[in-house]
Design a protein around this ligand. Structure first.
Ligand code: AHR
Length: 492
């Protein structure tokens, strides 16, 4: 029996709903086909957005969406994507797949998508190949409510009211595809560019995000915080789980137990990354005013055989469900510093929650995890600790269990607990300080480690009601099957 200790009296921080955010780039079939099919498409749509995809994302309570990249952001010139569609520039997306980019999805379409989803907008600006003026005018175009050249242009393009831009990223991966800059150079550029990201209305503040480190580049964080910490609201962090190496990453569905544990071990590294970057941020920002924004995370495998390698299309199995569950628990536990996180990417790219094929759509195991974790959104993190033992093979050892716990505004306790073992089930007993369990309901996602949904079998992996528990005289115990993600809601 493994005990899970929970102290409902000890609240450790607020869990922003944005910890469950998403990312959509002009990459492969993410925007085009996956989300936007155009108004004249036979695929049922509203103003060009797929109805099936929008409905599924609303059900999952998508809180925020980042756009237009990624690497694409530093090549994107926003004026190419406004005005009558027939006169928008046609070009090649040289970064991703060498396909036609007709700019039919631009600023107005992104804002329309956010409106339909009921989510916040996170726009990523271009530092790498754009000018300060271009960035400044984009912000003016989107958010200025008054007479100005850019606000007038927006109105001429059919939108009278200003849009709300909740988050604005000043460049993306400026140490790499966003300009290959050194940290000192970027820190100066960040200070300059962000000066002209004007906040025109106190009611619609813009949360400014500086480009942060890749993985364990602690020097980047140190330099950015030292030179520009006072000018930013957030600092990004990118970390992908790659089972192999960047040359041979590994298959999304053909893997053995050794690779299962390697993938989960590499996923758990997120905890160390956040702790160490946070410790550096603490030196310059004791009050934790600046958020750590993990705006790219997820699995990155070799793309599916026969698909365009520049499209980053990959399948999604129970292993991805565990990767999602582990990361989301880690973000919860670091909610004092982590203020937003965005899985890469929304549809048809990397660790997607949705895959599409023509007019067909399927929900991946990762989708079901987000749908279960949504109960943590805007909750209060509770102090919790689960007893564990090591499982795994050779150097790839991981704890068998991993959890996070929150309390919602109605006083219900939400436990999300993952069984990382590919083969062993475990008995678990939640032990609550000064509280008695009165009622329980649960949802579980479980299967064999390689299980995934296909267009022929779209519901092979799906969440279901969890009943394998016993509640007697206030004592709750349950059996957690191998390879599973569980959400329990407890009434006390
Ligand atoms: O998500 C795919 C790419 O990964 C993004 O465009 C880039 O920011 C990162 O390297």
């Amino acid at each position: 029996m493994f005990r899970l200790y929970i102290n409902p009296q000890h609240k450790k921080g607020h869990i922003n709903k944005e910890l469950q955010g998403h990312f959509s780039e002009h990459l492969g079939r993410c925007i085009y086909e996956g989300i936007y099919v155009g108004e004249n498409s036979p695929v049922p749509n509203t103003n060009g957005m797929r109805n099936d995809v929008v409905e599924a994302l609303r059900e999952m309570q998508i809180p925020v969406l980042r756009w237009p990249g990624g690497c694409f952001a530093d090549e994107y010139h926003w004026m190419d994507g406004i005005g009558p569609k027939e006169s928008r520039k046609r070009m090649i997306n040289t970064h991703w797949g060498g396909v036609l980019e007709d700019n039919s999805f631009g600023t107005h379409e992104f804002m329309e998508l956010c409106r339909q989803l009921g989510c916040k907008a996170y726009v990523n600006g271009n530092v790498g190949s754009g000018t300060v003026r271009e960035m400044s005018e984009w912000v003016e175009y989107m958010t200025f409510d008054g007479v100005s050249p850019m606000a007038d242009l927006r109105k001429a393009n059919g939108r009278k009211e200003p849009y709300t831009v909740d988050y604005f990223g000043v460049g993306n991966e400026s140490w790499g595809c966003g300009g290959n800059m050194l940290p000192e150079y970027y820190a100066n550029e960040y200070r300059r560019y962000q000066t002209y990201v004007r906040v025109y209305s106190a009611e619609r503040p813009i949360y400014k995000i500086a480009c942060g480190p890749s993985e364990g580049d602690y020097g980047w964080t140190e330099t950015l915080m030292r030179m520009a910490g006072g000018y930013m609201d957030g600092l990004s962090l990118h970390y992908y789980t790659v089972p192999g190496n960047w040359e041979k990453k590994g298959s999304a569905t053909e893997f053995d137990e050794a690779e299962w544990y390697k993938t989960l071990r590499k996923t758990l590294y997120m905890d160390e990354l956040i702790s160490r970057h946070s410790a550096i941020m603490d030196k310059y920002d004791k009050e934790k005013r600046v958020g750590l924004i993990v705006d790219e995370w997820g699995t990155w495998y070799d793309c599916e055989p026969g698909t365009n390698p520049g499209f980053l299309y990959q399948q999604n199995s129970m292993r991805d469900a565990l990767v999602a569950g582990i990361n989301l628990n880690i973000f919860n536990k670091h909610c004092d510093r982590v203020k937003m996180a965005n899985i890469a990417q929304l549809v048809n790219v990397l660790q997607a929650v949705i895959l599409t094929e023509g007019d067909r759509m399927l929900l991946t195991p990762t989708y079901h995890v987000f749908n279960m974790y949504k109960h943590h959104q805007e909750g209060e993190l509770l102090d919790s600790y689960v007893e564990t033992e090591e499982t795994g093979v050779e150097e790839d050892k991981v704890p068998n269990l991993q959890e996070s716990v929150s309390m919602d505004k109605d006083g219900h306790i939400h436990i999300t607990i993952n069984n990382l073992s590919a083969s062993e089930a475990y008995e678990v007993e939640p032990v609550l300080a000064q509280a008695v369990v009165k009622e329980v309901k649960g949802t579980i996602l479980t299967g064999s480690m390689r299980d995934h949904n296909t267009f022929d079998e779209p519901e092979r992996v799906q969440s279901k009601e969890f009943t394998d528990y016993s509640l007697k005289d206030g004592r709750l115990t349950f059996k957690l099957p191998a390879c599973s993600v569980l959400h329990l809601e407890i009434g006390v």
